[in-house]
Design a protein. Structure first.
Length: 155
């Protein structure tokens, strides 16, 4: 596992199958599309963690690794709620895994997986599913909406 810098790990409870439900508010500082923000995912949000096929767990580890799970919850919420373009959600996921201490080789491959295959999930969203996800996520932008620079993003 990495050196997580999350303010707190997400509190989740397992459901049937591979899904989990968030049981407490989860806040995560992130850079979303070049903007400094706080991702707020609210209790009741359902997630499957990182959608890593079981066959690949021996390479990447469990999709329920707490450091990956934290970034996956925010990514799932951004995807399902379609509150940002897909690429922005994927890039934010990669950045959050970096902040979570996930090794570069692992986060790059996981990011490539969502870039290559994420469109399948993206196209399956229904208007009802999008509305449900939007009830569980908020983005609060910092700096009065001022966009951060690439240099600031690397800090």
């Amino acid at each position: 596992m990495g050196k997580a810098v999350f303010p707190a790990k997400p509190a989740v409870r397992p459901l049937k199958g591979t899904d989990y439900v968030l049981t407490q508010n989860f806040y995560f500082p992130a850079t979303v599309g070049g903007w400094k923000a706080v991702v707020h995912v609210m209790p009741g949000f359902r997630t499957d963690g990182a959608s890593i096929p079981r066959l690949l767990w021996f390479i990447f580890g469990s999709p329920y690794d707490p450091d990956i799970m934290a970034a996956a919850i925010a990514h799932d919420a951004m995807y399902r709620g379609r509150i940002v373009p897909r690429k922005v959600a994927d890039d934010t996921f990669r950045d959050m895994m970096e902040k979570g201490g996930i090794k570069r080789w692992k986060r790059r491959r996981i990011w490539l997986g969502v870039r290559i295959f994420g469109w399948i999930t993206w196209l399956r969203h229904t208007p009802e599913g999008v509305a449900e996800a939007r009830r569980h996520i908020q983005l609060a932008f910092a700096n009065g909406g001022k966009r951060s620079t690439r240099k600031e993003n690397k800090r």
